[in-house]
Design a binder for this molecule. Structure first.
Ligand code: HEM
Length: 340
């Protein structure tokens, strides 16, 4: 028997627990997390699916922001006030989860409540750290946000795996399919527990609209050729720049430019006579080193996320600093010679 009304239930039977927006949030969030993680971890950043890494991250944060509001104004079991966040209740709950005779309950249990809140927090922190990583002011900061981004991503996947293991254990021990409960909204309840009367379809439509709206906003601000997307007035490099056919192309171009600059400097030195060839040698060596160090930057930062972007502030800054330093050195040298 399934009750869709709030009248008390007097036997261990199923009642409506999860409303439409909670179920929709669950599956939108689960899919976004799995997709963002898989693309970030396994896809190459020149792959055509790479931009979807950020896309799914944006879906996850949109879903969580909605869920936070729904946790305050939503139906009985969706509210955060219904969550059991007492860690001391965990041992007793885990014991009952392995006891097939322990009565089922519609109430939120401490294991899933704590895991849910942790996953929601990470669902916000991961996209935010990704955003900060791509807009970091310095290379050092970029590295720090990269570390945070990866650590949180690993943690959310670990929690999700334990969460899924819990659902499987529940099914094996008690024969109750909680996965199905997250689809139908119905869950076995203890005597006296009441279901929800309103499954809130309008809020479900609102969540869909928000998810669709943010997907549309991202898609319309995406520049496929440059691999960039504009978010809150910032240009984020979320995929490789097609024009340069990736970093190797850009690097070669840059190294070429630098080589040319080195050559003309060598030319100048030769004209000036003394120590000319030495300086030219030095200049070439220096240029070679700069190009190599850029390559290291790219290599070190490349990974499941596009921190290695040449358009990140951190990258641009380090390059500008290097150029400034070189130009200052050249000027000093010339002045020194003149004064001699
Ligand atoms: C990466 C994958 C997953 C993530 C990130 C995830 C995340 C979550 C979150 C955040 C909640 C809290 C939902 C809310 O109250 O709004 C939740 C609850 C739940 N999830 Fe998942 N989930 C994942 C996969 C699964 C799978 C594969 C199943 C089942 C086949 C499942 C079954 C459930 C159930 C039954 C609940 C409700 C638990 C309760 O009674 O409180 N989840 N999940």
């Amino acid at each position: 028997m399934t009750q869709n009304d709030p009248t008390p239930n007097n036997e261990s039977t199923e009642i409506k627990v999860f409303d439409i927006p909670t179920r929709m949030f669950h599956w939108a969030f689960a899919i976004s997390i799995v997709m963002a993680f898989s693309i970030g971890k396994f896809a190459d950043d020149d792959s055509p699916i790479y931009p979807f890494h950020m896309f799914f991250g944006a879906m996850a944060i949109t879903a969580v922001l909605f869920r936070i509001v729904w946790g305050i104004i939503g139906t009985k079991y969706a509210r955060f006030s219904a969550f059991n966040l007492n860690p001391f209740a965990l041992p007793a709950y885990l014991k009952s989860a392995f006891d097939k005779n322990a009565p089922s309950s519609a109430k939120r249990n401490p294991a899933s409540s704590i895991a849910a809140i942790a996953m929601m927090i990470f669902g916000i922190m991961i996209p935010l750290s990704g955003f900060k990583m791509l807009t970091a002011a310095t290379r050092e900061q970029g590295h720090q946000f990269h570390e945070i981004h990866e650590t949180f991503a690993t943690l959310i996947i670990l929690i999700a795996l334990v969460h899924i293991a819990g659902v499987i254990v529940y099914k094996v021990v008690k024969g109750e399919n909680l996965g199905l409960a997250m689809l139908t909204g119905n869950k076995k309840a203890a005597a006296g527990e009441t279901g929800i009367s309103n499954i809130a379809p309008v809020a479900g439509v609102l969540l869909l609209t928000l998810l669709g709206g943010s997907a549309f906003a991202l898609a319309s601000n995406y520049n496929a050729q440059a691999g960039t997307v504009n978010v809150f007035g910032k240009t984020l490099q979320v995929a490789e720049n097609e024009k340069g056919e990736g970093e190797e192309g850009d690097e070669a171009e840059e190294a070429g430019e630098k080589g040319e600059r080195g050559e003309s400097k060598a030319e100048e030195a030769r004209e000036r006579g003394e120590k000319g060839s030495n300086e030219a040698e030095e200049a070439r060596e220096h240029e070679g080193k700069s190009a190599a160090s850029n390559a290291v930057v790219i290599d070190t930062l490349s990974g499941p996320v596009t921190l290695d972007s040449k358009n990140t502030k951190a990258y641009k800054e380090s390059e500008a600093e290097e150029r400034e330093e070189r130009e200052r050195g050249e000027k000093d040298e010339r002045n020194e010679k003149k004064s001699k």
